[in-house]
Ligand binder design. Structure first.
Ligand code: FAD
Length: 407
């Protein structure tokens, strides 16, 4: 039976899209969308790119203008923090001690930046980048000649470095691991990206632990001290799963759900960055932090709530923009794969394919070739053995094949 009321906790991209998908899929009951930020739901990817560059303002990031939520008959509550889920009473409690009842509850609480775990001296200002408010704090610091110390060479750190260089800032990028992005990118590709940062004037320090932060200073474990004007921390994210855990739902670095977004409570679902999908059939067990996953999981959860067929999980896809180049990562490329690159090995479009031992395509990374990445995604989904000579390059005419061996 269709529920009468759906409450969505977390008014970010996945929460907002779930509300929209419920209406698109024919749900006519009440929807309440509660978020603790003061803004209506917005997309975060431009924060590290066009917003910091000054090319986009807050209103351009909104999923819908505020009136659009009214038109959809979605009760949007901004600056509304949910502090408790009472599963037996089927209601949530807000920070102001009011309650809201639900038939179905969707947890879309996302992630928050991991806090720098080392010593921080009194008076040291640390900046993070997750919200519009964070971007507004950071933007005035990224000016010509200012020294920006970025701790962490994940995607946020790398995009921030690229944006800061475009604005003329001096950037030092410090990463504790010997190789960055180990979870997301094959080593050879990750190191190539870092080399690009170095070539653009970023001081890249790999395998360097930060021991202590002080006003205007980053102290490395090696004893070296880097003088900076601004310190930004980009050392990953922590799932906002405490609400779910306190309510007795299964969590493990994220709220555990099946492919249809269902938690262990049949009336409670999770979407977006906070959801860890565990699929016993395929062995899948991961938590994706990406724009595409927020969109897809919202559709899946809406269908699931309405007891409609849930579409099979699409191939993961993620993009990043750095130094004017658009990098797209499809599937799950990793270091165990054979890697075949086609296209320009320098600044032009390139497409790198990642094949398993059965010659099936498992991943592809494209630079400035969105169309070809889309084609590669179809080949990944087909799961058939492939002859590498048949794989298209980014530009059919001038394709140059370069084989990269990753041991
Ligand atoms: P969020 O958008 O974080 O929304 C969760 C919301 O829930 C937040 O507003 C949070 O404050 C709120 N909340 C949490 N707890 C509570 C509570 N108890 N009560 C009420 N509200 C609560 N992805 C890409 O694929 N490509 C990119 O290039 C890319 N760039 C990015 C750049 C930046 C700077 C950032 C931060 C992310 C980027 N991403 C990118 C990732 C993408 O933006 C996220 O995957 C997406 O925003 C996830 O949406 P979500 O709704 O799950 O989480």
């Amino acid at each position: 039976m269709s529920p009468q009321s759906v409450v969505i906790v977390g008014a970010g991209q996945a929460g907002g899209r779930t509300a929209q998908a419920l209406r698109q899929q024919g749900y006519a009951g009440t929807i309440a969308l509660l978020g603790d930020e003061s803004m209506p739901p917005y997309e975060r990817p431009p924060l590290s790119k066009d917003v910091l560059l000054g090319n986009a303002d807050a209103s351009s990031l909104l999923l819908l203008p505020e009136a659009g939520w009214r038109d959809l008959d979605v009760a949007l509550h901004c600056s509304a923090r949910v502090v408790e889920i009472d599963r037996s009473a089927r209601r949530i409690r807000l920070a102001d001690d009011t309650f809201m009842a639900f038939d179905r509850l969707v947890l879309a609480t996302g992630v928050r930046p991991r806090v720098f775990p080392g010593r921080v001296e009194v008076g040291t200002e640390l900046l993070y980048l997750r919200t519009i408010a964070d971007a507004a704090r950071l933007q005035p610091r990224l000016t010509k000649g200012k020294r920006i110390g970025i701790v962490g060479a994940g995607f946020i750190g790398l995009e921030l470095a690229s944006t800061a260089r475009a604005l003329g800032a001096e950037v030092t990028l410090i990463e504790a691991a010997a190789r960055p992005l180990a979870r997301l990118l094959p080593e050879a590709f990750a190191l190539e990206q870092l080399a690009r940062h170095s070539a653009r004037g970023v001081a890249v320090l790999l395998g360097q632990a930060v021991e202590r932060l002080a006003p205007g200073q980053i102290h490395l474990a090696s004893g070296r001290v880097i003088e900076v004007d601004t310190i930004v921390i980009g050392i990953g994210a922590r799932a906002n799963d405490e609400l779910a855990a306190a309510a007795g739902l299964a969590v493990r670095d994220g709220i555990l759900v099946d492919v249809a977004g269902r938690t262990c409570d049949r009336d409670i679902y999770a979407v977006g960055d906070v959801a860890r999908i565990v699929d016993a059939d395929t062995g899948r067990d991961d938590r994706l932090e990406s724009w595409r996953h927020a969109e897809n999981s919202a559709q899946a959860v809406a269908a699931s709530i309405l007891e409609l067929p849930v579409q099979p999980t699409p191939t993961p896809w993620f993009w990043s923009d750095q130094y004017g180049r658009n990098i797209q990562i499809a599937g799950r490329p990793d270091d165990s794969h054979r890697c075949v690159r086609k296209g320009d090995d320098h600044d032009g479009p390139q497409l790198t394919y990642y094949l398993d031992e059965s010659q099936r395509l498992r991943g592809a990374i494209g630079v400035d070739c969105a169309r070809e990445v889309r084609r590669a995604m179809k080949l990944i989904e087909a799961e058939s053995p492939i002859n590498v000579d048949d794989l298209p390059g980014p530009r059919a005419k001038a394709a140059v094949k370069v084989e990269v061996t990753v041991s």
